[in-house]
Write a protein that binds this ligand. Sequence first.
Ligand code: 5MM
Length: 339
Amino acid sequence: MTDAPKTLQATIEKLTAKGKGILAADESLKTIQKRFTPYSIDCTDDTRRDYRQMLFTPADLGHYISGVILYEETLFQTSTKGIPLPKLLEQQGIIPGIKVDLGLVDLVGSGDEKITEGLDGLAARLEHYKAAGALFAKWRAVFNIANGKPSRAAIQANAHNLARYAAICQSRGIVPIVEPEILMEGNHDLKTSAHVTEKVLNAVFTQLKMQHVSLEHMILKPSMVIPGSDAKPASIQDVAKETLTVLLRTVPAAVPGIFFLSGGQSESVATAHLNAMNKQMSNTPWVLSFSYGRALQHTSLETWAGVSSNVTAAQAVLLKRAKLNSNACLGQYDATEEK
Ligand code: 5MM
C-alpha cells in the first residue's frame, strides 16, 4: 500500500494555504536568457544561480508564497554558501516544485500548433526529483487563438498529455499542476477568449477524469480570459467576470485550487484581475490564487540587473509584489499601495 495519497493531501493543503500563491521560477535556459538579455546579464550557471538565490531568500517570503516551481538545473544547484537551493526554500516553509515537461515541439500536421513533450521516462525522472525535495510538478501546454486555431487535434492531443502527466505524478506522490495556457497574442475579443478557454478546459477535464486523475490532488494553472494583445482591452471587472463564468462552467468543485499564470500581463494588472475575481465571488469552490512568473519577477529582475549590491533592493521589490498578490487572494488589494 503506497502512502502517495497522504503525501498528496499534505502537499495540497500547504500549497493552497489561505493568502498564499506560487512563484514560477522555472524558466528554461532559452527563456531565462531572453529575460536576462534586456539588462545585459550574462546567462551562465553562476548568474542563474545568483538570480534564483536572490529570489528565494527574502526574509518572510514564506508568508506569501507556498511553493516555487524550479527548472531542473536549479533543483540541483547549491547557493554561494553551499546550501542546496531547494533547502533555502524549505527553510522558509516553502515547497519546492519542478517543471517536468521538456518544452514545446511542432504538432506535426497541424501547421504551426504545438505539443508539449516529456512523458517518456517521466516516472523515473520524478523519483530523482523527489529525492532532491520536489513535492509538486508542472506541465505547460500552449494554445494559440487564430483562424481555426486551436484545432481539435491540438486540443485533444495536449489534453491527453496533460492528463497522462498528472496521473503519473500522482502515482509517485507528486502533486501535478496542470497548465493549459491560451496565449494572449492575436486580435481576438473577450468573448472569443472565453469560448476557446471553455473548450480547452472541457477537454482537459474530460481527459483528467478518463485517466483517473484525482481531482482533489491537483492544481489547475489556467490563463485568465482576456482579449488578444492586439484587440481592444477589456476592463478589470469584465475580465474577472468572464474568467469566473468560464471556470464555474468547467472546473469541478473537487479541484482545491486554481492558480493563474500571468501570461504577459503587467504586474499591477495581473494583481488587479486576481483581486477583482476574489472580490466578485468570495465563496468560489476552489482557492483562487496566483502562480505568476513574469508578474512577480519583472521589477525585481530589473532592479537586480545582475549586480550583487542590488540584491537587497530587488528582494524588497519581490516581497512587496508577493504581498500585494497575497492581498489579492483575499480580495483586499489596494492599488494605491503600488506607489
Ligand atoms: C516561468 O516560465 C515558465 C517556463 O516557461 P518556458 O518553458 O517557456 O521557459 C512558464 O511555464 C511559466 O510558469 C508560465 O507561463 C507562467 O508564467 P507567466 O510569466 O506567464 O506568469
